[in-house]
Every structure is written in C-alpha cells, then in structure tokens.
Design a protein around this ligand. Structure first.
Ligand SMILES: NC(=O)C1=CN([C@@H]2O[C@H](COP(=O)(O)OP(=O)(O)OC[C@H]3O[C@@H](n4cnc5c(N)ncnc54)[C@H](O)[C@@H]3O)[C@@H](O)[C@H]2O)C=CC1
Ligand SMILES: Nc1nc(O)c(N)c(N[C@@H]2O[C@H](COP(=O)(O)O)[C@@H](O)[C@H]2O)n1
Length: 225
C-alpha cells in the first residue's frame, strides 16, 4: 500500500516557487517554517527532485533540537528518510542531503542511470531503481510502503509536484502563499510539467483549511476522489 502523501510548498502571490534563475527564495515566514519543521519531524519520509537538489542544495533535516529529540525518542532517527528523485544519478556526493544530519537516504534512479554514479551514491544512500527513463512513481510509492513508510511529505519542486498531482498520488496539498510577487514566465510554479488540456481530468480538490500565517496565507486542500 502506498504512503499517505502530503505535498507542501511555499509560493508567491503570483504562484512562483522561486526566481526564473531558480534561486531559492524565503517565501515562508517564521511561523510557516516552524509548521514545516513540525511536519518534517512527524513524517516518515520527505522527498524532493534532483532539480531542487541542484538549485538549493537542501539538507531537509529537522531544524528544531526539541523536535529532533522527540523524533529520536519515537523512531530512533532524528530525521525522516530523505529521498531524491534522480533519474540519472546526478546527486553530487557532496550534497547536504547526503552529508548533513543522521538518518536514512534513498536515491530513486531510473534504468538509464550511469552505473558508476549509482555505485558512488550507494556509499551514502540506499538506491531504488524503477522506471525506464524517469522514476516510476507508482512503483516507487509501493516500494516505500513495503519499507514501512506510511506518511510521506513531498516538498518539490514544480516538476515533481506536477508528477504527483497529475498521477493522483496525493492526499493533501498544503500551500503557503507569501505576500510577494516573483514574476517571470519561466520561473518554477507549483505545478509545472506539461499541464492538462482536458478539464474533465483536472484533479479536483476539497478546501480543508485556509487562514492567515505570518503575513501570508496557509491553504490546505484534500484530494477529491
Ligand atoms: N518554494 C518552495 O516550497 C520550493 C521551491 N523549490 C524550487 O523549485 C525549483 C526546482 O524545481 P524543478 O526545477 O522543477 O525540479 P524538481 O525538484 O521538481 O526536480 C525535477 C527533476 O526530477 C527528476 N525526476 C525523476 N523522476 C521524476 C518524476 N517521475 N517526475 C518528476 N521529476 C522526476 C527529473 O530529472 C526532473 O527534471 C528550484 O528553483 C527550487 O528552489 C523546490 C522545492 C520547494
Ligand atoms: N516551506 C518552504 N518555504 C520556503 O519559503 C522555501 N523557500 C522552502 N523551500 C524548501 O525548503 C528546502 C530547504 O530546506 P533546508 O533548509 O535545506 O532543510 C528547499 O530546497 C525547498 O524544498 N520551503
């Protein structure tokens, strides 16, 4: 069975995740970062795409010492399992996600990945190979379920979020909308990828919560079956 999947992202009022140069932007305020940290501590695993690793070099660790302690006592690890969707095994072995903090890492690669790069990464992370030229998400989700991951947080970027949304692989979508405009038609948005053309297949959402947080808005939707 696949995990329960929560997609979480922060976007500007005009729907951008970062600048057109893919430079990471602080969109969330302090309360939203604290909420995200709590969510990281509560979930079994957290996932991003290789695009995010290349632009932001995130560690995806739990930041609050108190939450790390709490998590350690509960699960034996300070951090959730950290997963990268990385078809061609391009994650640098120096990446913060591999070097910072304790806990398990998984790099999900496709059959196209260079075996030498896979071998190098396997010293730092478990490798799951699924899919011919990009990672097969349905297959990966089943495999994560078999490994005991029942709550997964997907943090982005726009290409990865599109894949999860378009394949119906989500249960909740949490979006923090910051009070700024980033602009740029090539800047990453919440759902990039190719987009739908047929309105009969748009994923439909049920509004679950909306409220002010910091100087922005937190919105949570659930997936409509
Ligand atoms: N504001 C926010 O909350 C966040 C912003 N970002 C921003 O997003 C940008 C990165 O987004 P993207 O360039 O779109 O990269 P991405 O992080 O979405 O990674 C996309 C890449 O993942 C790989 N991949 C393998 N299998 C895949 C599959 N089944 N579906 C989709 N991708 C798959 C492909 O190589 C693909 O190009 C950065 O600028 C980053 O700063 C990223 C995360 C959160
Ligand atoms: N929730 C949220 N708000 C923002 O304003 C952001 N820019 C992001 N970015 C995401 O957080 C990752 C960085 O994590 P670490 O601090 O390195 O643990 C970044 O890669 C984006 O996924 N998120």
């Amino acid at each position: 069975m696949r995990p329960y999947i929560i997609i979480n992202a922060a976007m500007s009022a005009d729907g951008k995740l970062s600048t057109r140069e893919r430079r990471q932007v602080r969109i969330s305020g302090a309360d939203d970062f604290a909420r995200v940290d709590r969510m990281r501590a509560d979930c079994d695993a957290i996932l991003v795409g290789i695009g995010t690793v290349q632009s932001d070099d995130p560690s995806l660790t739990v930041k609050s010492p108190a939450l790390r302690e709490e998590r350690l006592a509960r699960s034996g690890e300070e951090n959730p399992v950290r997963i990268v969707l990385d078809s061609k095994a391009e994650t640098p072995v120096t990446a913060d996600i591999l070097r910072k903090g304790g806990g398990v890492r998984i790099i999900a690669v496709s059959e196209e990945a260079d075996l030498e790069k896979v071998r190098a990464l396997s010293e730092y992370a478990d490798i799951i190979t699924c899919g011919r030229d990009s990672v097969d998400l349905q297959h990966l989700m089943e495999e994560l379920g078999r490994r005991g991951i029942s709550l997964l947080m997907v943090e982005g970027g726009g290409t990865v979020i599109w894949s999860f949304l378009s394949q119906g692989l989500f249960d909740e979508l949490n979006v923090y909308i910051g009070s700024m405009i980033i602009g740029g038609k090539t800047a990453p948005t919440l759902a990039d990828g190719e987009g739908f053309v047929d309105d009969t297949i748009f994923p439909r959402l049920i509004l679950d919560y909306a409220g002010q947080m910091d100087d922005g808005l937190l919105v949570r939707w659930k997936r409509r079956e």
